[in-house]
Design a protein around this ligand. Sequence first.
Ligand SMILES: CC(C)(COP(=O)(O)OP(=O)(O)OC[C@H]1O[C@@H](n2cnc3c(N)ncnc32)[C@H](O)[C@@H]1OP(=O)(O)O)[C@@H](O)C(=O)NCCC(=O)NCCS
Length: 195
Amino acid sequence: MLEGVLVDLVPYDKRFKDQDHRWWNNESVFWSGEGQRNFVSKAQVEAEHKEWYDSTEPDTGVPFGVLAKDGTPLGYFGINWIAPFSRIANLGASIGEPDYWGGGYGTDALLLLIEYCFRTLDMRKVWLGTMSINVRVIRQMEKVGFKLEALRRDAVHADGKWYDEPSYGMFREDWPGYTVMVERLGLKARPPKEG
Ligand SMILES: CC(C)(COP(=O)(O)OP(=O)(O)OC[C@H]1O[C@@H](n2cnc3c(N)ncnc32)[C@H](O)[C@@H]1OP(=O)(O)O)[C@@H](O)C(=O)NCCC(=O)NCCS
């Protein structure tokens, strides 16, 4: 378990898999899936679980469940894949509960994930791509210290319009460490959400 201030990162177990049908059909998937709006059936969710989480095929992905301190499963944060020879990790991020957006939970999860990539896995670089209208993740990239590295023009089709796809990266030498970042961003533990 990777222990944070607002959340912990834990194995993506049944607590999270049981939420996936709901999460993959709510607003969060539009943002994490870059414009995705199609309905996902329970059978499709199960098939994806088999392919990704239960597969015995070699795979470089490292999925974590994001758990609030009161035990509420909040979403997925993880390494989608690693380029092993260059030691570069592509990150994926989604808080599936929109009520928790904008409260720092995703940023704590991101800091934990970066720390894990650099300090545990000895990655050289981490990166993440998104669509240009995803203001929350773009703000998050900036405040955590990622640099804009590329802009794929008109690469995403969302709600009938084309959007650019910015790509953000960070090198290990630019990472001051989890504790420093928590201090810098002023992340503080908070009481559990009502209701
Ligand atoms: C993106 C995501 C992981 C960020 O996590 P989070 O917990 O919401 O992030 P935080 O609360 O720490 O930070 C979000 C920042 O965006 C800002 N923000 C929120 N709504 C905003 C808006 N409409 N316009 C501009 N900025 C906004 C917040 O003010 C905050 O910045 P601040 O700390 O300077 O105030 C989360 O919102 C999420 O999972 N969204 C849905 C899926 C998704 O977009 N995944 C990313 C795919 S690449």
